[in-house]
Write a protein that binds this ligand. Structure first.
Ligand code: AMP
Ligand code: ZN
Length: 139
């Protein structure tokens, strides 16, 4: 897609530090290097994010994650890894070509905090919400 920075990386029009490539996906180092080895995995086909992704693109993309994560761990000696995907601006997406972040973790005191607030569970509310979501799952 015109003006998409990740499509330009796929096309080789702008440089990247490439980690992996096949017919469907590409992985390269994130410029920000949140931690050493911070990598992005993207589908070569332009799609905005997971909310607009079809199943076959998702299969191609997410199937590559385990081997890429293991390679990253072996190469860096990371103890663990966060695998993160942001969808839409409200959720922190800034590049609108779908991508998955692999963020190797080395040290508990690295200052990175991924926290979810917890609420007292109301199982009545949860049950209704679960049913509502279930009714929206596409065939
Ligand atoms: P997000 O905020 O989830 O959309 O993540 C976008 C990520 O893309 C950020 O972590 C940026 O550092 C990264 N990024 C932007 N431009 C480039 C680029 N040309 N090469 C590598 N990473 C990039
Ligand atoms: Zn794109």
């Amino acid at each position: 897609m015109d003006n998409c920075i990740f499509c330009k990386i796929v096309a080789g029009d702008i440089p990247s530090s490439k980690v992996y490539e096949d017919d469907q996906v590409m992985a390269f180092l994130d410029l920000s290097q949140t931690t050493k080895g911070h990598t992005l995995l993207i589908p070569k086909k332009h799609v905005r994010n997971v909310l607009e992704m079809d199943e076959s693109t998702a299969q191609d993309l997410f199937a590559r994650l385990p081997k890429l994560a293991r390679a990253l761990q072996k190469a860096t000696g990371a103890v663990g890894m966060n695998i993160i995907n942001n969808n839409e601006e409200i959720a922190g997406q800034s590049v609108f070509h779908a991508h998955v972040h692999l963020v190797p973790r080395y040290d508990q005191n690295d200052g990175i905090k991924i926290e979810y607030t917890t609420h007292e569970p109301d199982f009545n509310v949860l049950g209704k919400l679960a049913a509502q979501i279930a009714s929206e799952v596409e065939e």
